[in-house]
Design a protein around this ligand. Structure first.
Ligand code: HEM
Length: 220
């Protein structure tokens, strides 16, 4: 227990926690974005997929708990790492160099905060139906929930913007997760950079296709 605390207390320990929890998130968004594409096969396909997931009962709850714990640990480690690196340099640089690393980490922090807000609103929107932009919500009709919502331009726009933030977050994050948990040694040929780019593009395109297809009238 003590050594676990000691490990987490170090910068490397927190980075490993960020990496592992981040990869759990990457796995989830890959599956979720591909599942959403069933909307293109019509209401029966996506609604029966949703019914199937809900019918798994305890398994679904186990997955939800893993995800919730992963998100909480990811956010706590991110906040603590930011504080730790600020404490390491209490006096700001006199001349701020806009290095690639600073731009990436700034994007990660702001993009991460936006994603956190998105996730909360998104669950209240599509899972609990607490937020009803279209005034209607049916727990048994995921297809109708998506179509009625994305017909409202600002809802579609909100999702499209959030997915841009997600794409950037995945691009910077997936690569550094792999590095932080030591799977990938430093290399002059950044293969993991290309893999991260491919994952980010796939997930971004699959998610973004749904609101855009409704706006374009392809899914109705
Ligand atoms: C355009 C993008 C997205 C669309 C259209 C979408 C759509 C949906 C829908 C329709 C549901 C309800 C499924 C059901 O009740 O069967 C859902 C649930 C959920 N989505 Fe998304 N989603 C999107 C992006 C995201 C992203 C980027 C995340 C996370 C980073 C996310 C996380 C979740 C979570 C955690 C749930 C709740 C799952 C559960 O516990 O039942 N979604 N999404």
């Amino acid at each position: 227990m003590g050594s676990l605390r000691g490990f987490y207390g170090s910068m490397v320990g927190k980075k490993v926690v960020m990496g592992v929890t981040g990869l759990i998130g990457v796995g989830f968004v890959i599956l979720h974005s591909l599942g959403n594409l069933l909307v293109f096969r019509g209401p029966a396909a996506i609604n029966s997929y949703s019914h199937f997931l809900k019918s798994t009962g305890e398994l679904l709850w186990a997955l939800r708990i893993v995800l919730i714990v992963a998100v909480i640990l990811h956010v706590i480690a991110a906040v603590q790492l930011t504080q730790q690196s600020r404490a390491a340099r209490p006096i700001a640089y006199t001349k701020q160099e806009r290095q690639v690393a600073t731009v990436a980490s700034r994007t990660m922090r702001w993009g991460g905060a936006l994603l956190l807000v998105f996730i909360v609103l998104h669950i209240l929107h599509f899972t609990t139906g607490t937020i009803k932009p279209a005034g209607v919500f049916s727990p048994d009709d995921v297809y109708a929930n998506m179509v009625t919502s994305f017909r409202i331009w600002w809802v579609a726009l909100f999702y499209v913007v959030a997915m841009l933030a997600l794409g950037l977050h995945l691009f910077h994050g997936a690569w550094s997760s792999v590095r932080s948990i030591g799977v990938s040694p430093p290399s002059p040929q950044p293969l993991h950079h290309r893999i991260s780019l491919a994952i980010a593009l796939l997930v971004w395109a699959a998610f973004t296709a749904v609101p855009l297809a409704v706006v374009a009238g392809i899914v109705r």
